[in-house]
Design a protein around this ligand. Sequence first.
Ligand SMILES: [Fe+2]
Ligand SMILES: [Fe+2]
Length: 436
Amino acid sequence: MAQKKQNQPGQDVEDTIDYLNLLVTSGLALGDMEDSGELLNMMAETAMIMGNCEGCTVYEADDGMLRFKLSRNRVLEARGVKAALKNYTLPIDLKTAAGFAATSQKTLNIPDVYSLPPESPFSFNPTFDVMTNYRSRSMLVIPMCDSRGKVLGVLQLINHLSSEHFTGEITPFPQRVEAYLKALSSQCGVVLRNLRMAEDLRLSRIETVKKFVKASEYHDTDTGGHIERMSRYSVLLYRELGFDDAACEVMRLAAMLHDVGKISTPDAVLKKPGRLTAEEFEIMKLHTVKGYEVLRGADSPFLQMGATIAYTHHEKWNGEGYPRGLKGADIPAEGRVVALADVFDALCSRRVYKESWPIDKVFDELHACSGTHFDPEIVEIFFDNLDEILEIKAQFPASDPPAAPTAIGVQAKAPAEEKKDSSEQVEAVQDMKQAS
Ligand SMILES: [Fe+2]
Ligand SMILES: [Fe+2]
């Protein structure tokens, strides 16, 4: 928006139209904002155009403090100076202009920060000016409040310019600019509050799913960060398979639900420290159907995806999986992805019936099962992104799991003693059946 010179005939009307246009445009754009960083950036940019000023700083109120969020300054940017205020915080009190505005919820229009009246409760800290060889003068400080009057942050503009296109003398901010900037600030406050509520809702949904999964795992032995790791592996594979960010966010939670059906599996089967009999294995298989029955029919996309995953994560590419013996691309992509993520993590982890496998042996097994157990494309994606996979593995190390038995069931072997023979292959398949 072009800034108009003061005292021109018809200028007030033109300015008003410009300001309103800017407010409406920014209001429409704000409705599309999905993260607070983007919102604050846009607010700073719009505020500088509206205020025709050299700089703008945005603080976000957080736990009794004003946390520096971003700073823009055209003069310093032209000189290649960057504001290094990343972790800067101010208490919300009366000692600084921003703190005063947040505490009193009043806008401050200061002609010259170096000539504050003696009775001013707040002072100006010139440290940043000295560090950057800059001269702050006029300042407009506006509290950013939501519709209920709660302070969410502070918008601080610096050095208003008297002429259009950011030129002219530094002068105090005109009263009428102040009114429009207050409107902008309120607009942003409402959107910021909604974004925070949406984020709170998102986090509480993740927490709820984790608690739900934890409850269903109480009588399972798959502890030690398995859910966290396999969910992240699944997201990585799903993303590389071509699914977008929104779908991957759904996958992150949905993958965690893959084994919720185990809540119905008897302890005698679930915690048996050895191989399952054929009959017991039939009981174990039912966790896929039970999980599907619990989750299906929900409106929520992640519960819908969770139902699909619970139902299909033990299907195999060659049609020899369970519960339905689906084959190839008939198995939903979500089930194919989780199958690999889940088995990879299970083989790398110690379980009550088996030791963890050395990583090279796990990789050999995944290669060997490509096209039989696993979708070969997903196996290829896995190995193409091995660095990121191993980063996740390192980031969420397993906690101390129960010791694996050596007297019965799967025997723990040192890598040096291992011999790749057909019986070991059988053992690997049995491990995967039980482990995941
Ligand atoms: Fe499972
Ligand atoms: Fe699992």
